[in-house]
Structure formats: C-alpha cells, structure tokens
Design a protein. Structure first.
Length: 202
C-alpha cells in the first residue's frame, strides 16, 4: 500500500486507473526486492472529482477476497466488489514465493483484478466500508449496515468522525468475536456449505 500511495506523491501518470496503480506497486516490490517472500490480496480505490461538474466518482480494482461495499441512505448497498478466486477459499493473490520453493503457489497478476466498468457516482452521505476477508468472511452485510446505521443515527452529521471511528472499532470487534465462535453462522460458513463443506463459525 505504501508503494500505491507513492504513485500520487510522485505524480505518476497512473492515477486514473486503479489496476495500473496496483501493478506499479507490485512491480516496485519485485524490482526493489522489498520482501523475500509472501503473498496478499489487494484492493485499490480511487475517488476523483470531475472538474466540470464537481461530482465525485469511485473507481476500484479488486484482486482476491478483500473488497468493499458502498452504503447509501444508511440502509442500502448500492455497490459490492466482486471476489476473484480460483475456487472456494482460494483467492487470487499477488505473491512472491520463497526461492527454491518445492510446491507451486498461486502467483496472480494485477491485470486479473476485477474493475468496476463504470465509475460509481458518489453522493453526500455515502459510506464506504473497505476490508479484508477478516471482515467479510465473518460479518453479514446486514450486520455491517446495522452498525453503520446505528452510529450515524446516534452521532449525526455534527460528529461524523466519531461515527466513523466507532463503526471501525465495532466492525473489528464483531468480526473478531465471530471468527472465534464455533456456533454461529457466518458468510464463510454459508459459502462452505454452498461448496459442499461443513463448517460452523468464522
């Protein structure tokens, strides 16, 4: 993510395309050998203002099972990212395998990332919840909406930062609690059943 952020500080001609930002960031890791080995999913969001209309538009590139949702009017999901996977519990990922690694690993490319074909027109009051599978495997969308709705209703427009901070804390706490449970139903457990695996909890 530091390499992605550097694209803007360095004013590279990439900032109109989130997939190109992702590719530049990953290529920097490889060429500068910033890590010896490892892998991760990636999700890049760009919010840009139209200089003619003043409207804000969101573009995104998502590789793997991280992602985001956009909540409008407190209770409506108007956009949700599409996961990019090889199969159940096998997300696409950017990877640098250890040298002389004996078994093959997934080594996917930023060009495999899913992009929203049409930039999403944002409205005042839209809430973007961005997270890894640690959030979205353990919390249903309806639970995310409940937390967002409750905090923005409580603190209102006068203290949006407090509402945002509380949303983050509560989403993390709930996802952690549900990830440790072996009794509740979760999005991951539901997906497991749909793929003929039995699993309860997070």
């Amino acid at each position: 993510m530091e390499n992605a952020k550097a694209c803007f500080y360095e004013e590279l001609d990439l900032t109109h395309c989130p997939r190109q930002v992702m590719a530049h960031a990953f290529n920097t890791i490889r060429t500068k050998e910033q890590v010896a080995a490892g892998g991760c999913t990636a999700c890049i969001l760009l919010i840009q203002r139209d200089v003619n209309t003043g409207n804000l538009y969101l573009k995104s590139a998502n590789l793997g099972d991280s992602g985001f949702i956009v909540i409008r009017n407190g209770n409506e999901i108007i956009y949700k990212t599409q996961e990019v996977t090889h199969g159940f519990n096998a997300p696409f990922q950017l990877a640098i395998p250890p040298k002389n690694h004996p078994t093959p690993v997934f080594q996917d490319d930023p060009n495999d990332a899913h992009m929203n074909e049409t930039p999403l027109l944002l409205q005042e009051g839209d809430v973007i919840v961005l997270g890894t599978d640690g959030i979205f495997d353990n919390i249903f969308d309806e639970q995310v909406i409940d937390i967002v709705q409750a905090n923005f209703a409580k603190y209102g427009k006068d203290n949006e930062q407090l509402a945002v901070n509380n949303c983050v804390s509560q989403l993390v706490e709930l996802s952690r609690d549900q990830s440790l449970s072996r009794n509740i139903d979760t999005p991951f457990a539901k997906a497991a059943r749909e793929n003929s695996y039995y699993h309860r909890g997070g």
